[in-house]
Design a protein around this ligand. Structure first.
Ligand SMILES: C[S@@+](CC[C@H](N)C(=O)[O-])C[C@H]1O[C@@H](n2cnc3c(N)ncnc32)[C@H](O)[C@@H]1O
Length: 109
């Protein structure tokens, strides 16, 4: 698939690594709540919270990923800024303009 999309094997593994999460966190986007669509195990939402102090909603249709992400931040000082919603990103259950920034890292693929 990478060869079809990029013309070469660029080493994608389907998950955001810490350096990519750092890059996304520093990108910033528009101020306000961040939606991490297809949040999986919690990257890069966790990194965005730590680096920017913003609050993030992680949304995924797979409960086990949400549970991993929640456990990853439980008992940390960012737990109250990382919220989780189970659902299909093609049918967002949020009011318009709830989020300043919406990102999807290796999701919807
Ligand atoms: C390859 S993983 C990437 C996870 C994380 N974003 C990362 O970079 O580590 C893709 C994730 O997107 C989720 N996903 C795919 N389609 C989705 C949809 N329509 N709604 C919600 N989540 C979706 C999958 O369940 C999976 O957790």
């Amino acid at each position: 698939m990478e060869i079809r999309a990029f013309g070469r094997d660029v080493g994608l593994n389907g998950y955001t690594d810490p350096s990519e999460a750092k890059h996304l966190a520093e990108f910033g986007g528009v101020p306000g709540l961040v939606l991490d669509l297809g949040s999986g195990g919690g990257w890069p939402g966790q990194e965005i919270i730590v680096r920017s102090g913003r609050s993030v909603v992680g949304m995924d249709m797979v409960l086990s990923g949400l549970q991993i992400a929640r456990q990853r931040v439980a008992d940390t000082d960012i737990a109250d800024r990382f919220h989780f919603v189970a659902g299909d990103g093609q049918r967002l259950p949020f009011a318009p303009e709830t989020f300043g920034t919406v990102l999807h890292a290796d999701a919807l693929c």
